[in-house]
Design a protein around this ligand. Structure first.
Ligand code: GDP
Ligand code: IMO
Ligand code: MG
Length: 430
């Protein structure tokens, strides 16, 4: 019996998970998503082509590999169909190697409306949701009124759908939300619903499976399975910067509930961090830079959301948060991405502790959102060198290696590889 390896983000998302999964896929038989949904945007680049995945696992470009959408994932049929069509334009026929859990929940058009209604009702304390319906769909899952992929085949599906939709409309109206004026891609709820229902037929062309049996059988058959995380540690519903989080468990523990595997089956836990830090949406970010350096990170790193196009907030790497992430997730291997963005920087800084009301601390405090957190920085001389063409870890500039060594020392976790460009080929294993 093999173990299931995990790859997840250690910051606030967009660490380069899609890219690293794509690079690791040749070493696996099955790539499985275990949580999140179309709020994710995972970018893959190879052979001069760029592709963004939202719901579909990042192993899909390797046609001999199985890709599984687990029970913990949320599927929005119309977005799913758009993804399938975009893949098909690139010559990828996902019908052959993509399997979907019957227990994965669906995002209804009215869940997306509720997302907008909830955000509007929050006024100044908006979360900055991607508005894909994530919060409302997980709310219905927990409230035991959601609709699962397998439920779409039941005779009472339409009835179930209508009841839920009407309930959402009533809730939105109670919040003072203008249901009639609501639009998704320029369409009102009824117009969008028609497309959504049509897209459901595309979804039904895929193989719906009892994924918990499917995945456990894979492990018994000694198949190598990689679980692909979406979002990241600091957006976890329990341990992230609540309430500025997503609505799922993004951490290693989420693999067990999102796929139906026992904790004892977890193997390597690969955690990804950028060499700096970004966040999109609202919420605390102690190392955020509001100066020219922050703008440079944004511009040079092309830090614009892969799902929403919003500019990402940028700052220095945050070691207290990273250590917290390593602790909660049991990270065994670190992957560091995007140091190349800082190639021209005179100085690169690392936050090694927080100062809160004059006290140094290493802990993420409960009052993370409200306490004045002063990051304590250690500066490093920049490596001031292009990394283009470097194809061995040992050949990286000494000052960059020193910076990476410091990350290893500070986290106590070894670095497995460093990524130095968006392209699939530029991952240097140590
Ligand atoms: P994910 O959500 O974690 O999969 O990450 P995203 O795809 O949302 O964002 C990562 C962005 O950084 C994408 O545009 C990638 O193409 C890009 N990227 C990934 N690794 C590197 C790297 O090492 N260097 C540079 N410059 N860009 C990278
Ligand atoms: P990937 O997988 C970065 C953020 C949103 C918002 C909060 C809640 O590409 O790393 P939601 O739509 O889940 O209700 O939004 O979480 N967020 C992400 N930020 N990367 C993501 O995914 C994200 N998914 C959600 O910006 O602040
Ligand atoms: Mg992303």
């Amino acid at each position: 019996m093999t173990k299931i390896d995990v790859l997840l983000g250690l910051q606030w998302g967009d660490e380069g998970k899609g890219k690293i999964v794509d690079v690791l896929t040749p070493g696996y038989d099955v790539i499985a998503r275990f949580q999140g949904g179309p709020n994710a945007g995972h970018t893959l680049e190879f052979n001069g082509m760029k592709h963004v995945l939202h719901i579909i696992p990042s192993g899909i470009f390797h046609k001999d590999k199985v890709n599984l959408i687990g029970n913990g994932v949320l599927i929005e049929p119309r977005i799913f169909r758009q993804e399938i069509e975009a893949l098909s334009e690139k010559g990828v026929d996902a019908t052959q190697n993509l399997f979907i859990s019957k227990k994965a929940h669906l995002i209804l058009p009215s869940h997306r409306m509720m997302d907008a209604a909830n955000e509007q009702a929050k006024g100044n304390s908006k979360i900055g949701s991607t508005l894909k319906g994530i919060g409302p769909a997980y709310t219905d899952k927990i409230a035991r009124s959601g609709i699962r992929v397998g439920d779409t085949l039941a005779p009472d599906f339409r009835e179930h759908y209508t009841l839920l939709k009407e309930q959402h409309i009533r809730m939105a109206q109670t919040l003072g939300f203008d249901v009639k004026a609501f639009r998704i891609d320029g369409m009102d709820l009824d117009q969008y619903e028609a497309l959504w229902m049509e897209s459901l037929e595309t979804l039904k062309k895929f193989r719906f499976v009892n994924s918990e049996y499917f995945i456990n059988q894979c492990l018994k058959d000694n198949k190598k399975v990689l679980a692909e995380g979406a979002q990241a540690m600091m957006l976890d519903i329990d341990f992230g910067t609540y309430p500025f989080v997503t609505s799922s468990n993004t951490i290693t523990a989420g693999v067990c509930t999102g796929l139906g595997v026992a904790p004892s089956t977890i193997g390597k836990v690969m955690g990804i961090t950028k060499a700096y830090c970004t966040r999109v949406g609202a919420g605390p970010f102690p190392t955020e830079l509001f100066d020219e350096t922050g703008s440079r990170l944004c511009e040079l790193g092309h830090e614009y959301g892969a799902t929403t196009g919003r500019p990402r907030r940028c700052g220095w790497i945050d070691l207290p948060a990273l250590r917290y992430a390593c602790m909660i997730n049991g990270v065994t291997d670190l992957f560091v991405t995007k140091p190349d963005v800082m190639n021209d920087f005179e100085t690169v800084k690392m936050c090694t502790a927080y100062k809160i009301n004059g006290q140094l601390t290493d802990e993420i405090p409960f009052e993370y959102n409200t306490l004045p957190i002063e990051p304590v920085f250690t500066p490093y001389d920049g490596w001031k060198q292009s990394l283009q063409g470097i194809d061995r870890y040992d050949d990286l500039p000494e000052r960059l290696k020193g910076y990476l060594d410091a990350i290893e020392q500070q986290t106590g976790v070894h670095i497995a590889a460093v990524s130095i460009s968006p392209d699939r080929k530029d991952v240097l294993f140590k």
